[in-house]
Design a protein around this ligand. Structure first.
Ligand code: PGA
Length: 250
């Protein structure tokens, strides 16, 4: 059975002090591995605080080159050196505000695997695309482009987060049935790219206004294996409630 992975996406929030206090509160209460993805300046202190616990730490973005003249960017080696082991790639906010494309997501996915970082690849449609009825086609295209040149063993270590853009930070969650429909479609696309065994092994998360009140219903869906959570991952009590609800599904 696939795990139910709750991944907090803190975005541009928290200080070193508040982040370390969060880890000290959350980490001892977990019964399964869960994850928080933090701003670059928090990677080292949060990883140190979470060392040896079930709370894993990830970055929210990385560059696809090893080093060089890329002002403001962080490399895979830098993330690893800081003690983090996961990285979100292609979040819709990166695509919208920072020029991330399917091509750069693909280059980053290749680099993450080359370096041994567990990637979370985001995909999802905006409201216009949903209204036009092109969600399935749009997401298929994003997945095919992200996974180009990725072999089956690497694919199995990749987490996919389906995040409809209209549901992020808006309080509008996709219904569990709608989220399941797209997550099942993503698994079918992965099966066509690889094989049934590989597609079955891949963790597919849903993201977009997930909170304690709706996570259980989402996690009960066959093809939803976890959640990528923004707002409701910032406070330790809220995050623990999410983890507990997700772990209840084991
Ligand atoms: P939200 O954000 O939970 O605040 O909607 C999710 C995300 O952007 O990953």
């Amino acid at each position: 059975m696939r795990r139910k992975l709750v991944a907090g996406n803190w975005k541009m929030n928290h200080s070193i002090a508040s982040a370390v206090a969060f880890v000290e509160k959350v980490a001892p209460s977990l019964t399964h591995e869960q994850l928080i993805c933090v701003p670059s300046t928090l990677l080292a202190p949060v990883s140190a605080a979470a060392k040896g616990t079930l709370l894993k730490v990830g970055a929210q973005n990385m560059h696809f080159e090893d080093s060089g003249a890329f002002t403001g960017e962080v490399s895979a080696d830098m993330i690893l050196e800081a003690g983090a082991t996961y990285c979100i790639l292609g979040h819709s906010e990166r695509r919208q505000y920072f020029g991330e494309t399917d091509e750069t997501v693909n280059l980053k996915l290749k680099k993450a695997h080359a370096k041994g970082i567990f990637p979370i690849v985001c995909c999802g449609e905006d409201l216009k695309q949903r209204e036009l009825g092109i969600t399935m086609e749009w997401v298929k295209n994003q997945i095919e482009k992200a996974f180009a040149g990725i072999d089956a063993e690497e694919a199995k270590k990749t987490i996919v987060a389906y995040e409809p853009i209209w549901a992020i930070g808006t309080g509008k969650t996709a219904s569990a049935a709608d989220a399941e429909e797209v997550c099942a479609h993503i698994r079918a696309v992965l099966k066509s790219l690889y094989d049934a065994e590989t597609a079955e092994a891949i963790c597919i998360q849903y993201g977009g206004s997930v909170k304690a009140g709706n996570i259980a219903e989402l996690m009960a869906m066959e093809n939803i294996d976890g959640a990528l959570v923004g707002g409701a991952s910032l406070k330790s009590d809220d995050f623990l409630a999410l983890c507990k609800a997700a772990e209840g599904g084991f």
